[in-house]
Design a protein around this ligand. Structure first.
Ligand code: NAD
Length: 437
């Protein structure tokens, strides 16, 4: 099939690469010229495990192309996938749909022959109806259907998730569109669950799922707070909960608060979308507020741990919102650092295996960006683990101890093995353990 993807970011690029790998002719479109120039030159623009090899292979075979020119990609396409951003609107707190509607308006004029427009971006219920109206208005003769095709991939596992999805949700209101998307997803037949639903249900599924996961993360974080006060241990508690198949073990890892490019914006959008329909989503709303507060509390916890030191320096390990990605959007690490450096009392040295360049584009003042974990911790009074990179799990503790002023680690991801760290002579605190206060 011929596929055009509008928006070549964390969703669009892995999707384009994956669909090309299945033998489709894929054109990835983006309006950022530098991104397209880099991709055309064989330079990958984001980090995802295993993506680069597939990108190069399919680019070289001619199955995967990149352009800024909407016309050349769209006019040939059987399916046009919209994967542009839907950030939080700064004032209304709803999902800002300006990129979606702009893309719909632009693509409309180039449609030729029957085309399915698949909205992969996370969009509020009813957006598919609006996209349909925009296209009809700008090109009344166009033969098309709009479907909702929500994306569930996890950053850091985008390639794995593309090829092994838990489920494929297709929100289509026409049989013709259903058949086209079924054809697109033929390689997954017999390998995953297909769920065909009404377009509005499909749009709601994505928000309902992400809000639930965010609430689950917040729940285990509150349980961790409780464990710290009551003398229970959150890791043991989470393990005991996770063995219950009704609960599931995933998303029961306590931490400094959820972040990233999806949970914060999707929960916020879910709350305002529901309010717009006269419904109060109290649980989600509380998670949104308390999760934001949690990052401030984490910054206070860090500052408290070095309050006896006159001009303390802390070494931060991890800037991305989770391990395995270079994405620092709404990363708890970035928000916590911003909070810490506000006081100007504490200096920060930071390291991340993949997120340094993105972090530097957001936060330059008052931070030393280090070459490696040991450089970040050299001469520091406290080492704080803020992202669960495997690299940090394997850190050489003897070497770390040698470079630090004081051998002290605060592990806000419960990543390290506590006995090993303590036996190596470190003061060590983590989330959800009585010592963690
Ligand atoms: P992103 O910011 O990484 O990429 C979006 C891209 O779209 C950008 O490169 C931007 O330049 C481009 N773009 C915007 N308007 C355009 C236009 N008119 N024409 C061409 N290109 C245009 O965003 P993302 O993280 O890939 O997210 C995209 C959507 O997918 C969002 O709605 C997000 O909520 C959803 N989603 C993201 C993830 C994730 O893990 N990142 C997972 C599931 C769903």
């Amino acid at each position: 099939m011929k596929i055009a993807i509008i928006g070549t970011g964390y969703v669009g690029l892995p999707t384009g690469v994956g669909l090309a790998e299945f033998g489709n002719d894929v054109v990835c479109i983006d309006k950022i010229e530098q991104k397209i120039t880099d991709l055309n030159a064989g330079k990958i623009t984001l980090y995802e495990d295993g993506l680069e090899e597939l990108f190069i292979k399919n680019k070289n075979s001619g199955k995967l192309k990149f352009t800024t020119d909407m016309e050349s990609g769209v006019e040939q396409a059987d399916v046009v996938i919209i994967a542009v951003g839907t950030p939080t609107h700064p004032i209304t707190k709803e999902a800002d749909l300006k990129y979606i509607y702009a893309a719909a308006g632009e693509l409309a004029q180039y449609l030729a022959g029957y085309t399915v427009i698949a909205v992969k971006s996370t969009v509020p219920v009813g957006t598919g109806d609006n996209v349909e109206d925009i296209i009809k208005t700008s090109n009344p003769n166009a033969d098309f259907d709009v479907v909702s095709l929500p994306e569930f991939l996890r950053e850091g596992f985008a390639v794995e998730d593309f090829f092994n999805p838990d489920r494929i949700v297709i929100g289509a209101n026409s049989e013709r569109a259903k058949a086209k998307i079924a054809e697109l997803y033929t390689p997954f037949n017999g390998k995953t669950n297909f769920l065909y639903v009404a377009r509005r249900s499909s749009e709601a599924i994505k928000y309902a799922a992400n809000s639930f996961l965010a609430v689950k993360v917040h729940y285990i974080n509150e349980m961790a707070d409780f464990c710290e006060r009551s003398g229970a241990d959150i890791d043991e508690v989470a393990k005991g909960m996770g063995l219950d198949s009704r609960l599931g073990a995933k998303f029961l890892q306590p931490g400094p608060g959820y972040g990233g490019s999806c949970f914060p914006k999707d929960t916020t959008a879910m709350v305002s979308m529901a309010k717009g329909h006269g419904v109060d989503l109290n649980i989600v709303e509380t998670a949104v507020k308390q999760n934001a507060l949690r990052k401030i509390k984490m910054a206070e916890r860090i500052c408290n741990a070095v309050k006896e030191v006159e001009k303390p320096t802390i070494g931060v390990l991890g800037l991305t919102f989770k391990g395995g990605t270079d994405d620092v959007r709404e990363s708890p690490a970035m928000e916590i650092i911003q909070e810490i450096i506000k006081s100007e009392r504490v200096s920060v040295k930071a390291y991340d295996p993949k997120g340094l360049d993105n972090a530097k584009s957001i936060l330059t003042d008052g931070i030393y960006y280090a070459k490696n974990a040991y450089d970040a911790c050299k001469g520091t009074d406290l080492c704080v683990v803020l992202t669960e990179w495997v690299d940090f799990k394997e850190i050489d503790l003897a070497k770390l101890k040698e470079v630090m002023n004081t051998p002290s680690i605060m592990d806000l991801r419960n990543l390290l093995d506590r006995d090993t760290v303590r036996n190596a002579g470190f003061k060590y605190s983590r989330i959800g353990e009585a010592d963690g206060n």
